[in-house]
Design a protein around this ligand. Structure first.
Ligand code: AMP
Length: 570
């Protein structure tokens, strides 16, 4: 396909903010896309591969600037100046390409295949001369690009497409293009996306207009899937009301989600964001090899840190560095040991378990895993309809330093990617949020080299909305010395994502998710969410969460209302 066609689509979609309009435009386009061009769907979502594939473009603004400079024959300094005034490197590239095009003629017509071919070479490059090679690959595309193509090429490579198309937009557009917007079809499409995490594969099936083909898309070991999520209640009673009696009640461990795949001899570990973290947890691979029976399987679990001496469970923030750290693995493994608590099984010996009742899946876990405390165990569980027993279990979980309990319906199926009403979470009065950093400010005095305060946003599903400024909870010294996260570390993480600078203040691409506690939520005209957090305090980085998974404004409003009712306890 001509890349021009895609660029024009981006342009048309960006011209409206209305979701229905976007869906209409996209659905018309999808009808015209041939099966052989299905990979343009990756580009549509700003990607080069299916979501489950970890290879991302990963180009910094600096490298993009160098490439634009080379392609347009413009001094890099001038590009930076333009960027500061326009605030969008894509637009800068469009403008410079327009100027250049008056004097030179384009030699090649750009196709989506060529764009994918070059962009897919980027994450493969390693070692000496990498930077030069990357610049050449991008420059080759940019020199063939028209101004509007240059705009979207640059936005794609820096991972900031800004057309307001999400997976849900593509799903609705597919349902509208091929099934006249049928609700059932839309649900089946989403199910297929959640299982395969490959939008192009789903598109192939959808294009045939056969729901049966869509149903055939299934799980594969080794390919990460989206996890099932729970809804919230405030009391045990409410939980029973939602699920019926009896139900299963489990510890809600304060750790991080780990999906364990066994495919032939290989064991692979993924986070809930589909990130492959196998290398970071060699001991887990051993536990699974030694203590879990089965040729192939996918287990759903929570990894929890514990203190090696006292054997006490540790809060999530203590082990969070294990997810990110790619070096000193052995040392970290000793210092921050984890226990795997398996609570579900999704696939076993060649067969999907998604449609089996939870009770049967639990029984299977017990059959194939031998409990080895502080290594790998079945999640602590009781099955009861007795409220008193349930309350006691809840108290015990809290005493054991865990977050609360999960209540689960006994005959529930496993629905990847869905927040279901068959899983219920219960934890004490909430006082923490996951938020994304969207801005930062350089500090003064001894903090002058670092960002020392951070603008945080929640989400309303479509947009990020600012909700406060945080500066406490972060360490002056390095993580190695004192544990936790330091200003220097956060500053280093933020720098590649800066999009605009205003003196000491910078705007930042929403990428870095942090867990934050606060004392109170207030109404506030100062932030576009309409709320402000009082005394927000950093507790941990959430490298396992994506910006799209931060707390929703809806929940924050609820917490605000709840806080009004309970404020005397706060
Ligand atoms: P939240 O992140 O507050 O929405 O809570 C859901 C998370 O709790 C899941 O994504 C898991 O990481 C975690 N979790 C801890 N224990 C369990 C359990 N027994 N069953 C399911 N999820 C659990």
């Amino acid at each position: 396909m001509r890349y021009k066609k895609l660029a024009e689509l981006y342009e048309e979609i960006s011209s409206t903010t209305k979701r229905l309009e976007k869906t209409k435009i996209l659905s018309k386009f999808l009808k015209e896309v041939n099966e052989s061009d299905k990979e343009v769907l990756y580009l549509l979502l700003g990607d080069i591969y299916p979501e489950y594939n970890e290879k991302k473009i990963g180009i910094s603004n600096q490298l993009a600037i160098k490439s634009i400079s080379k392609a347009t024959g413009t001094d890099a300094k001038e590009i930076v100046n333009e960027w500061k005034s326009i605030g969008d490197l894509g637009k800068v590239s469009e403008k410079l390409t327009k100027h250049k095009k008056q004097s030179t003629l384009r030699t090649h017509i750009l196709t989506t295949e060529k764009v994918l071919e070059n962009l897919r070479k980027l994450p493969e490059l390693e070692g000496k001369g990498t930077v030069g090679k990357k610049i050449s690959l991008i420059t080759e595309l940019l020199t063939s690009a028209s101004p509007i193509e240059a705009l979207y090429l640059v936005r794609t490579i820096i991972g900031d497409l800004r057309i307001g198309v999400k997976e849900s937009t593509v799903r609705e557009s597919m349902a509208s293009a091929f099934f006249e917007g049928d609700k059932e079809a839309s649900k089946k499409i989403q199910d297929a996306i959640n299982k395969s995490n490959d939008i192009a594969e789903v598109f192939s099936a959808v294009k045939k207009r056969k729901l049966k083909d869509l149903e055939k898309i299934s799980l594969e070991t080794g390919k990460p899937i989206k996890v099932m999520l729970a809804q919230k209640v405030k009391t045990i009673k409410e939980g029973f009301k939602a699920l019926g009696k009896p139900c299963a009640i489990e510890y809600k461990y304060d750790g991080f989600r780990l999906l364990i795949h066994k495919k032939d001899k290989d064991i692979l570990l993924f986070t809930r964001s589909l990130e492959n973290v196998t290398k970071q947890f060699p001991e887990v691979v051993e536990y699974v090899k030694n203590y879990v029976k089965g040729k192939s399987f996918i287990l759903d679990s929570e990894a929890v840190g514990f203190n090696r001496e006292t054997k006490e469970y540790q809060p999530f923030q203590n082990v969070s560095q294990r997810i990110r750290r790619k070096y000193d693995i052995e040392k970290l493994q000793k210092e921050l040991p984890i226990e795997i608590n398996v609570f579900d099984i999704i696939y076993y010996n060649g067969k999907s378990q998604l449609d089996e009742p939870f009770k049967k899946r639990t029984a299977l876990i017990k059959k194939i895993i031998r409990n080895h405390p502080y290594k790998i165990i079945h999640a602590k569980q009781i099955i009861t309809g007795d409220e008193k027993k349930a309350e006691e279990f809840y108290k015990k979980a809290l005493k054991d330093n865990q977050e609360g309990v999960m209540m689960k319906k006994l005959d529930a199926i496993y629905q990847p990617g869905s927040r279901v009403n068959t899983w219920i979470k219960l934890k004490p009065e909430e006082r923490d949020l996951d938020l994304v950093i969207v801005g930062a400010e350089f500090g003064k005095g001894k903090r002058s080299g670092w960002f020392s305060s951070f603008i945080l946003s929640c989400s309303d599903g479509d947009k990020f909305l600012e909700i406060g400024k945080m500066g406490t909870g972060i360490k002056e010294k390095s993580a190695e010395e004192v544990g936790g996260t330091s200003f220097a570390e956060l500053t280093k993480m933020i720098k590649p994502f800066i999009t605009k600078e205003h003196g000491k203040r910078v705007e930042v691409k929403p990428k870095i998710v942090v867990a934050v506690t606060y004392q109170e939520i207030q109404k506030s005209p100062n932030y576009n969410s309409g709320f402000a957090l009082r005394f927000p305090r950093f507790t941990a980085l959430r490298p396992d969460k994506k910006a799209s998974q931060v707390s929703r404004l809806k929940e924050i409003k609820k917490d605000f209302e709840k806080q009004k009712r309970n404020w005397r306890y706060g």
